[in-house]
Design a protein around this ligand. Structure first.
Ligand SMILES: O=C(O)CCC(=O)C(=O)O
Ligand SMILES: [Fe+2]
Length: 200
């Protein structure tokens, strides 16, 4: 197995314990400042390539109004994040037998007024998404800027998670959640740890 190289700030025992007890966790100060700056640059330089997330395969959905860009090999900086999540997946597989095989991810941009209504990323196990992760990469987020993530944990307790810069929210993909309307531009990478192989 490849040597594990998770950032020092990731407390694996805490992550596993939170997931086990509550079905979600939060990783703060996820990456070093220089990497964060490179990622913000890569994201903002590519904003003109983002597409309306509500339109998929020609079908228009009313539950979300954000814009996304799927991450392929050409987005080299974001690939490091995906690689780190692949390392974490191996730990999840060993601890929880999740059978995660791959990570799919997109950048997301919520401009002021945009939201994502209540949903599950994997309702009734209909797809291979096991774990959802959201990394927040805007460089500032104030309390009254909206855009909070509401999440119902596995014990049916609601949580309000602030999209703080350099934070990762990580949760079981079958949990109910929503993104409240953002009042400022909100930038993130959503990544799913999947037990199947998904062709983008
Ligand atoms: O950006 C977030 O906080 C959550 C995004 C989300 O729920 C999704 O992309 O499925
Ligand atoms: Fe979601």
């Amino acid at each position: 197995m490849e040597a594990l190289s998770l950032p020092k700030s990731w407390n694996v025992d805490q992550i596993l314990d939170d997931l086990d007890q509550h079905g979600f966790t939060v990783i703060d100060h996820a990456y070093p400042a220089d990497y964060v700056q490179q990622l913000i640059k890569e994201c903002t330089e590519n904003l003109n390539r983002f597409r309306d997330a509500a339109i998929q395969n020609g079908v228009i959905s009313k539950i979300r109004s954000d814009h996304i860009l799927w991450i392929n090999e050409d987005l080299e900086i974001a690939q490091h994040h995906i690689h780190t999540l692949q390392q974490l997946s191996q730990i999840f597989n060993a601890a929880f037998y999740l059978g995660i095989k791959e990570v799919e991810a997109h950048f997301a941009c919520y401009n002021a007024g945009e939201f994502y209504a209540l949903h599950r990323d994997n309702p009734q196990g209909k797809n291979g998404r096991m774990i959802s992760t959201v990394y927040y990469l805007h460089d500032e987020w104030q309390d009254d800027w909206g855009g909070k993530l509401h999440l119902l944990d596995k014990n049916n307790v609601w949580h309000i998670l602030e999209p703080k810069p350099n934070r990762i929210a990580l949760f079981q993909s079958d949990l109910l959640h929503e993104v409240l309307e953002a009042k400022h531009q909100r930038l993130s990478i959503t990544a799913w740890l999947r037990s199947d192989s998904h062709i983008l």
